[in-house]
Structures are given as structure tokens and as C-alpha cells.
Write a protein that binds this ligand. Structure first.
Ligand SMILES: [Zn+2]
Ligand SMILES: [Zn+2]
Length: 327
């Protein structure tokens, strides 16, 4: 079968044996996989020493092809989407609800890669991160299960509870790529008054059309940084209300520019980060997508597996919002 791998810093399509179901879990025939910003960061920072460990692709949608599980109710033929990591629920990190810091979380993964014709997932994936997806959704929409769950965790870490009325609060999302847009859609599902800002006129107009315009003379209760540029820190400080929360949701190139100590202190600002979703966030993401509460149509551009390198190039050049690799 075909799968994608980094070789000498470049994305290549190679062949390997179809994974075997030699322990509890399932083999999933991959229908497609989204290209994540984190895949792009990994590709950018790959060197020959680490490229064997890099797993490309994790926003998988597929069909259960083989299954051997005592705990799950999935059947062969079920169309599912999934997340790739699960926590142990036992360690000191899990006890603090820092699930994405759990060592089991960091070491668990799908095999051999999301950009592959077949993958193996284990029993804990089936238990915690795999969800049946509604047939009314297109495959590229189902693949938003994991990225949306990342945004939902960030929204929860900003202090919002899905069951509560959050309509008195406002949020500004800086950076309107696919993750910025997903964050806005998630905030809307949480009933937060959500606005977006981007230096690209085209991206700003797209967000405006979706109902997430930018209001210049307003201070926001929460600001989400999704752009991957440290310049957005200044913008966040300009538009955040005193006592507000800034959510860091992207890595930046120039790691040394940061927040001014005194600005955080005198204005009582909270700077909070959010990295990766827990099983609860994936569950809520499946609910919001399957019930049509969050709509993710017309966000993806489709590529074949053989054209993955082009999808990577187009993403680096910001030519598209989101690449979906049909397998
Ligand atoms: Zn992702
Ligand atoms: Zn743990």
C-alpha cells in the first residue's frame, strides 16, 4: 500500500505492507486525511535525524476494515473520523486535566501515518478518539473532527462552558486561516460574540461574510492567537480588555519576542495556551459536526495522495485554507 513519508526533508510517497491486526484494535481503510498546520511545522523543521519518527497526517476519515475489540461497538463498514492521541487518565498530568502533557498521550499514535491507504489504531483509540460520522457530511467535513476538537479545548481553557450562556462575552480571533475560522465557528457554537482579524484582505472578507467581522473600537474579553506570528502579541494587547485572557494557539518562528511583564501585571491579563484535545473535546466535536451545529463546508481544497507535496506547497504559500488529501 502507499503512504507518505519524509525523505531528505521532502514529502515522498512510498509503499509498505498493509498493517496487520496482530493486537486488539482495528484496521481502517483511509478515505482521506486533512493536512494540519502541525504537519507543516514538522515538515519545515525536519532534519535527517528525526524524519523517521515523524508521522505525517492525523486528521483521518476512513472505514473500519478489520476489527478485534472487546470494548467497542464499531462494525466493519462503519465510517469514522478520529484523533490520534489518548491519555492514560492516571498520571499526575491527567489528574490536573493536562491530558495533552500525559506521556501516554504523547507516545500513542496511529500507524503508519494518516496519509496512508490503511492505518492501524489500537483499542484505546476505539474507546477514546474514534467516532462514527453522520453520512450527511462530506468526507472532507468529517476530517475536521480532530482540528475542531483542538479549538474546543482552547475555548474551554478560555473559561467557556458549552452548557452555559456565554453571550455576554466577546472574543477576537487573530489569524483567519482554517484554524482561525474553526475557532470562530466553535465560539459561535458556545454562544460567544465572536470576531476575527487578519492582515489578509481576502481572509478578512471571507470571515466578514461568515458573520465574524472585526470592530476596531472595541475591547474583547478573550483574544485567541492562531496566526503563528509573534507580531500578533502587540495586536492582542491593543484589543484585550483589562483583566482579559489571551489564548496562545500557535507556535511562532521568533520564539524570543514575548509579552511585557508589566503589561500583564498591571492589567491583570491571563496568558493561557492550549495545545491538543482530550477525549471530552473530541466527543463534543463529533456532536457539533454530526448535528450540523458547526458547519465546515467549503473550507477544504482536495488533492490526491500523489499530489501531497503540492498540497504542502500551496499551504505554505497560503494559497488555500485547508488541504484535504483524498486517499
Ligand atoms: Zn491537526
Ligand atoms: Zn496520563
Amino acid at each position: 500500500m502507499k503512504y507518505a513519508k519524509l525523505k531528505n526533508g521532502k514529502v515522498e510517497i512510498l509503499t509498505c505492507e498493509k498493517p496487520k491486526l496482530n493486537s486488539k484494535g482495528a484496521i481502517i481503510k483511509v478515505l482521506g486525511c486533512g493536512l494540519c498546520g502541525s504537519d507543516l511545522v514538522k515538515i519545515k523543521h525536519a532534519n535527517q535525524n528525526n524524519e523517521d519518527e515523524i508521522i505525517l497526517g492525523h486528521e483521518v476519515v476512513g472505514i473500519i476494515d478489520e476489527i478485534n475489540s472487546d470494548t467497542s461497538t464499531f462494525k466493519i463498514g462503519d465510517v469514522v473520523a478520529l484523533g490520534h492521541h489518548y491519555p492514560c487518565f492516571n498520571c499526575e498530568f491527567c489528574k490536573n486535566k493536562s491530558y495533552s502533557m500525559c506521556r501516554t498521550f504523547k507516545n500513542s499514535n496511529i500507524f503508519p501515518a494518516g496519509f496512508a491507504e490503511y492505518i492501524k489504531v489500537d483499542d484505546n483509540h476505539l474507546k477514546y478518539t474514534v467516532y462514527k460520522m453522520n453520512s450527511s457530511l462530506k468526507d472532507d467535513e468529517k476530517a475536521f473532527l480532530e482540528p475542531l476538537s483542538c479549538c474546543l479545548r482552547a475555548i474551554k481553557r478560555a473559561g467557556f462552558d458549552y452548557k452555559k450562556d456565554n453571550s455576554i462575552y466577546s472574543a477576537l480571533v487573530i489569524g483567519l486561516g482554517s484554524i482561525g475560522l474553526l475557532m470562530l465557528k466553535g465560539l459561535k457554537a458556545f454562544n460567544v460574540d465572536a470576531h476575527g482579524l487578519d492582515i489578509s484582505k481576502e481572509r478578512q472578507e471571507f470571515a466578514n461574510k461568515e458573520g465574524f467581522n472585526f470592530i476596531e473600537n472595541k475591547k474583547y474579553d478573550v483574544v485567541f492567537l492562531t496566526a503563528g506570528s509573534s507580531k500578533t502579541i502587540e495586536t492582542a494587547l491593543k484589543y484585550i480588555i483589562d483583566g482579559g485572557k489571551i489564548i496562545v494557539f500557535a507556535s511562532v518562528e521568533d520564539d524570543f519576542s514575548g509579552f511585557s511583564n508589566n503589561e500583564i501585571y498591571y492589567r491583570e491579563l491571563s496568558v493561557i495556551s492550549s495545545y491538543s484535545p482530550s477525549p471530552n473535546d473530541i466527543e463534543l466535536s463529533a456532536h457539533l459536526l454530526n448535528e450540523g451545529i458547526v458547519k465546515v463546508n467549503n473550507l477544504s481544497t482536495q488533492y490526491s495522495l500523489d499530489n501531497l507535496a503540492n498540497a504542502v506547497d500551496d499551504s505554505f504559500r497560503n494559497k488555500i485554507f485547508k488541504a484535504y488529501i483524498k486517499i
